[in-house]
Each structure stands twice: as structure tokens, then as C-alpha cells.
Design a protein around this ligand. Structure first.
Ligand code: 5AD
Ligand code: FES
Length: 355
């Protein structure tokens, strides 16, 4: 009975039905405890990804160029209040050298990520974006710099940036407030996301699975918000405790719950680009492979210089920060092939994007 009901809701979702929060909540609660239904759900999501994008996995070269941050998100290892962090900023030369390394590896998307670092004024960012745009006219530039005014986003876009990642973190105001200090609020976060879309950025939202205080109803609200926003990309990873943060001693999220949310996101937004996240790979040594099998289709190998990587520590136990880091390309390609996927080194734009 439960099985039939579960499957009929999922098939309806796949056919375009708009599920309400109560139904999403029930689906999440059911799949997180029933491994057969969860496997079936992941297979459905994977088949849908195959229909839209095939078996291709898109690559993004990630450059974590500054770990300074003005914010104090309770979960984040590089929050301003964490005085144990060894802070760094890459020079413009180092950023461009990281792009060059990525370009030679065949990557055609660069993701520039940092904390909310006031050192990088809009003018400074535009200088960096312009240099990358001029040197690599065939590459997509993705930014992940946090909340800004619409005018700043517009200037970044005009300088040649194409995409912007800004996870919404939680679509439920009370839960958002449990994860962030009062200076940050969900209304402004949503405003940023709608501004980015309106400007023409391929826009990424997303959330963690399993941070303190999160219920399945909150996760259902996240799916409904995604349906409303219609982002091009959705980043979903397990919450992982970070030392020297208010949540240092909290339990991590689970692989199972994360896979359920990846699969339900694929079914809700068939055309989304969804990464198999580093956090998922850090929680489980086969986490990224499992993410792909649950409907994900993007990986983001790290191009940050190896000397700095260990300092961009959003959470403890992050993979690809040690001696093995130079081998990420080989490692990740073997992992992708091992579960029957193909490497795609093109820009990998969203299915609806026309240049
Ligand atoms: N565990 C997992 N993910 C985290 N992020 C930040 N801190 C953590 C953590 N402790 C995620 C947030 C952020 C993204 C860059 O990394 O969702 O948006
Ligand atoms: Fe970095 Fe495997 S992807 S070591």
C-alpha cells in the first residue's frame, strides 16, 4: 500500500504534477527509512537525467580564491568568528594560473568562489572577470561571492560572468534563522536569487541536508521554493560539522537523506544541473558516485593551489585537500566511468540556454 502510494506520487511528479508540502514531506519521510523505495526513487531520477542530458557528467574547475568572510553563519568553517582559520587571498596571477591549469585539463567552466570578502570591491572583481573573459573567451565564468546589490550583479554580468551560485540554505524563515545570525535573512537571499535570474545569469540555489533543526517539512519547503524559483543549478550536500563553529559538535547529515533530496530535486526540476558535491564525497568514499546514480550530473574538481586548499575548510574532513589533490582529475574521471557515465568537458550550459 505504502509502495503503491509512493510510486504513484513519484510518477505523478515525473509527469509534471505540482505536489504540495505535505506530500513532499511524506515522500521524504518514507524514502529516508525504506532502502528499496529509495533505490527505486534514485533509479527514476537517474533515468530522467538520462532522458534530458544523457549519461554525460559536466566538469567545473573550482577556484576558492579567498577564505576571508564578513559573515558568521553558524555552520560554516570560514565564518568571521573562527579565529583558528589561516586566512588567504590568491593573487590575480594565482587566479589566472589556476584557470590556465584548468584550461589545460580541458575544463571550460571556472567557478570563482570566496567568502563575503570586502577586499574584493566590485571594481576589483570586474578586473578579475575581465581578465578571465579576455583570456578564455570560450569558457563559462561562474561566480559564488554571496549577497550583493542588483547593480553589482549586473556589472559582473556585463563584464562577462555567466553563472552565479548562491545557495538559499533553507526556504523556511524560522529554520533559516536557526542557521544564520540576525544580520542575514531569507528575504534578502531570495531577492538576490530573483535578481540574478532576471539579469540573465544561469543561477544556482541549494541547501544542506541534515543541519541542526532541519525537519522533513523544511526540506519539502526547499523543493517547493526550487519549483517556484526554477534555478538552473541546485547544489545539495550533507551538513558536515566544522571545528570552532557553534555547530562543531552536531551530527552530520546522512548519505541516504542527501540522495533522497538529490533525486526529488531532479524529479522536480528535470533540466537542472545538479552537482555530486564534495561534501557528499567527504561523508562517504563513494558519495559522489552515489550522487550521480541519484540524478546528479556535474562534478567540480578543485583547481585551488594545493597549498591553500586545506584552509578553505567549510567543514571538517573535506576531501581533495591533501597530497592526493594533484590527482583529482584522474581520480574523478575514473570514479565517473566506474559507474557508467561519460566525461563531458564542454561548457555544459543548462538545457534552455541559448547564447
Ligand atoms: N557542511 C556542509 N556544507 C557547508 N557549507 C558551508 N558550511 C558547510 C558545512 N559545515 C555549504 C553551504 C554554502 C556552500 C558554499 O557550502 O551550503 O552555501
Ligand atoms: Fe580529488 Fe579524488 S577527486 S582526490
Amino acid at each position: 500500500m505504502i509502495n503503491e502510494s509512493f510510486k504513484s506520487h513519484i510518477l505523478a511528479l515525473q509527469a509534471g504534477a505540482l505536489l504540495d508540502a505535505e506530500t513532499y514531506t511524506w515522500l521524504i519521510d518514507t524514502a529516508r527509512v525504506d532502502s528499496d523505495l529509495r533505490d527505486w526513487l534514485c533509479d527514476q531520477a537517474s533515468a530522467l537525467r538520462d532522458q534530458v542530458y544523457g549519461r554525460r557528467v559536466f566538469f567545473r574547475g573550482l577556484i576558492e580564491f579567498s577564505n576571508f568572510c564578513a559573515n558568521d553563519c553558524y555552520y560554516c568553517g570560514i565564518r568571521a568568528g573562527n579565529t583558528a582559520v589561516n586566512r588567504y587571498r590568491l593573487s590575480d596571477g594565482d587566479i589566472l594560473a589556476s584557470c590556465q591549469t584548468g584550461y589545460e585539463l580541458g575544463y571550460r567552466t571556472f567557478v570563482l568562489q570566496s567568502g563575503e570578502d570586502p577586499f574584493y570591491t566590485d571594481d576589483k572583481m570586474i578586473e578579475i572577470i575581465t581578465a578571465i573573459r579576455t583570456t578564455y573567451p570560450d569558457c563559462a565564468i561562474t561566480l559564488s561571492l554571496g549577497e550583493k546589490d542588483k547593480a553589482s550583479y549586473q556589472r559582473f554580468f556585463d563584464a562577462g560572468a555567466n553563472r552565479y551560485l548562491l545557495r538559499h540554505e533553507s526556504a523556511t524563515p524560522e529554520h533559516y534563522a536557526m542557521l544564520h545570525p540576525a544580520e542575514l535573512d531569507l528575504i534578502n537571499r531570495k531577492r538576490c536569487l530573483y535578481d540574478l535570474k532576471e539579469i540573465g545569469f544561469q543561477t544556482g540555489a541549494g541547501f544542506m541536508v541534515g543541519p541542526p533543526g532541519q525537519t522533513s517539512t523544511h526540506l519539502a519547503n526547499d523543493l517547493i521554493f526550487l519549483r517556484e524559483l526554477q534555478p538552473h543549478m541546485v547544489g545539495i550536500g550533507p551538513f558536515m560539522p566544522a571545528s570552532n563553529t557553534p555547530f562543531a559538535h552536531e551530527k552530520p547529515g546522512t548519505v541516504e537523506d542527501t540522495l533522497v533530496m538529490v533525486a526529488l530535486t531532479r524529479l522536480t526540476l528535470p533540466q537542472a544541473l545538479i552537482p555530486a558535491t564534495t561534501a557528499l564525497g567527504s561523508l562517504d568514499h563513494k558519495g559522489r558516485e552515489k550522487g550521480l546514480k541519484a540524478g546528479a550530473n556535474v562534478v567540480m574538481p578543485n583547481l585551488t593551489p594545493t597549498t591553500n586548499r586545506k584552509d578553505y575548510s567549510l567543514y571538517d574532513g573535506k576531501i581533495c585537500t591533501g597530497d592526493e589533490a594533484a590527482e583529482c582529475r584522474v581520480c574523478i574521471e575514473n570514479r565517473i566511468r566506474s559507474v557508467g557515465f561519460d566525461i563531458d568537458l564542454s561548457r555544459g550550459d543548462h538545457a534552455t540556454y541559448n547564447p
